[in-house]
Design a binder for this molecule. Structure first.
Ligand code: UD1
Ligand code: UDP
Length: 367
C-alpha cells in the first residue's frame, strides 16, 4: 500500500510524524512524504524535519506564501502532478491548513481515498479560514480520524456516515509524549535568562488578532501591563512580525521591558518552554491541546475554539480581546486561581498505532 502523507505548515509535522513512523514499521506500507512548502522558513519547517527525525521529503512542492486562492491553487496544481505519477492508494492530510484541503480535493477528484487526521473539529465560526478547510476536507474524506468524541458528534450532525468515523485520539500528543524527555535536555530556559514557573509564554498568529491594527494594539497594551508582573517570552510568528511592521507597532512592542521577542523556535525548545510556563497566552490550535496535557494554564485569545474539550477537561480558557479582560484573567492565574484539568481519553501517545489499525481494515476499493 502506497500512502501519501501531506505536510505543509508548522502544526502538520508533529501530527503526521507519528503516523509516518508507525507506517514505516510495517513492510506492507510504503509511506511517501510530500511537503507542499506552505511554510518554508527554517524555523517553521526544516527545524521540525531535523528534530522529529524525518528523512528528506519524497517530494517538495515549494509553493510558498500567497493569498488563499493563489496558495490553494498552487498546491493543487503541483500535488495533482504527484498523484498522477505516483498513484498512491491513500492520501493522508492533517489538521486544517490550506495544504490540507488543497491536497484532499486533488485526491478525491482522481478517485484516491482521503484520510483526514484530526477530523471533526468545529469552531462554528466561518470567518476562520481553518473552519472552511475543516468542513471541506471532512466532507470529501473517506477515513475521518477524530481526536475526541465531540468531533464524532459534529460529523454525525453534518450527516457523515458513522462507518467513516474512527475515534483514534490525538496524534500531536503522541509527539509530545515521545519528545518530552528530549525537550527536558534543552537549555532554552537558561539561554533566555528566565526561571521555571516564573514566566509566561506567548504565541499569536490568527488573522483576527494580528491582521487588525486596533486589535494588535490592545494586545500590546495588555502585555505592557502584564510584563510588570512576570516576564513574557514571545516566539513571534512571521505573520505577526510582518504585521507589527506594517502597522508601525514594532517600537511599541520593543519598548515593553520584560517582553522577550524571539524568533519562532524549534519543537524541543518550545515544548520545554511550554511545560515550565506559569501560563501560556495563545491563539494557536495545537497549543491549547499541549497545555492541557502539560497541565499548564492556557488563555486562548479567541471568541471560540474548535477544541472545546480543552476547556471542558483541560486547562484552557477563552479570553475576549479586551485589555482589562486579559489582565484580569492573568491576575487570577497569578493568584493561583486555575484548574489542573485532566487528559482527554485517548490522548495517550498511541494514536498512530490506532490509525494504522484503521488503515489495516480499510476497504481501499470502496470510494
Ligand atoms: C498557517 C495556517 C494556520 C496555522 C498556521 C500555523 C492556513 C490558512 N493557515 O497560517 O491555520 O495555524 O499556519 O503556524 O493554512 N511566512 C513567512 N515564512 C514562512 C511562512 C509564512 O515569512 O515560512 C509569512 C508570509 O508573510 C505569509 C504569512 O507568514 O504571507 C502567512 O503565512 P500562511 O502560511 O499564509 O499563513 P499562517 O499565518 O502561517
Ligand atoms: N511550536 C513550535 N515553535 C514555536 C511555536 C509553536 O515548535 O515557536 C509548535 C507547538 O509546540 C505546536 C505547534 O507548533 O506543536 C503549533 O503550531 P501553530 O501554533 O503554528 O499552529 P496551529 O496549531 O495554531 O494550527
Amino acid at each position: 500500500m502506497k500512502i501519501a502523507l501531506v505536510v505543509g505548515a508548522r502544526p502538520n509535522f508533529m501530527k503526521v510524524g507519528p503516523v509516518y513512523f508507525e507506517l514505516k514499521k510495517h513492510s506492507r506500507y510504503t509511506p511517501l512524504l510530500i511537503h507542499t512548502g506552505q511554510h518554508y522558513d527554517k524555523n517553521l519547517s526544516e527545524i521540525f524535519f531535523e528534530q522529529l527525525g524525518f528523512p528528506k521529503p519524497d517530494v517538495y512542492l515549494g509553493v510558498g506564501s500567497g493569498t488563499h486562492g493563489v496558495q490553494t491553487a498552487k498546491i493543487m496544481i503541483a500535488f495533482e502532478q504527484f498523484l498522477l505519477q505516483e498513484k498512491p492508494d491513500l492520501v493522508l492530510v492533517a489538521g486544517d491548513v490550506n495544504s490540507t484541503v488543497a491536497c484532499a480535493i486533488d485526491a478525491v477528484k482522481l478517485h484516491i481515498p482521503v484520510a483526514h487526521l484530526e477530523a471533526g473539529l468545529r469552531s462554528y465560526d466561518r470567518r476562520m479560514p481553518e473552519e472552511i478547510n475543516r468542513i471541506e476536507t471532512d466532507c470529501i474524506s473517506s477515513m475521518l480520524l477524530t481526536p475526541s468524541e465531540d468531533a464524532d458528534e459534529n460529523l454525525i450532525r453534518e450527516g457523515i456516515s458513522k462507518d467513516k468515523i474512527f475515534l483514534v485520539g490525538n496524534a500531536m500528543i503522541d509527539s509530545l509524549m515521545q519528545y518530552e524527555k528530549k525537550a527536558e535536555r534543552t537549555s532554552i530556559i537558561n539561554d533566555i535568562g528566565i526561571k521555571k514557573h516564573s514566566y509566561a509564554l506567548i504565541t499569536l498568529h490568527r488573522p483576527s488578532n494580528v491582521d487588525d491594527k486596533e486589535n494588535l494594539e490592545i494586545i500590546l497594551d495588555a502585555f505592557s501591563e502584564i510584563a510588570e508582573k512576570i516576564p513574557l517570552v514571545f516566539p513571534i510568528h512571521p505573520r505577526t512580525r510582518k504585521q507589527l511592521a506594517v502597522f508601525g507597532l514594532e517600537e511599541k512592542a520593543n519598548a515593553i521591558a520584560n517582553l522577550k521577542l524571539i524568533e519562532p523556535i524549534g519543537y524541543l525548545d518550545f515544548l520545554k518552554l511550554e511545560k515550565y510556563a506559569k501560563f501560556v497566552l495563545t491563539d494557536s490550535g495545537g497549543i491549547q491541546e499541549e497545555t492541557t496535557v502539560f497541565k499548564v494554564p492556557c488563555l486562548t485569545l479567541r471568541e471560540n475554539t474548535e477544541r472545546p474539550i480543552t476547556i471542558e477537561l483541560g486547562t484552557n480558557q477563552l479570553v475576549e480581546l479586551n485589555k482589562d479582560a486579559i489582565v484580569q484573567k492573568v491576575n487570577e492565574i497569578l493568584e493561583g486561581n486555575c484548574k489542573m484539568g485532566s487528559n482527554p481519553p485517548l490522548w495517550d501517545g498511541h494514536t498512530a498505532e490506532r490509525v494504522v489499525q484503521v488503515m489495516d481494515k480499510f476497504n481501499y476499493s470502496f470510494f
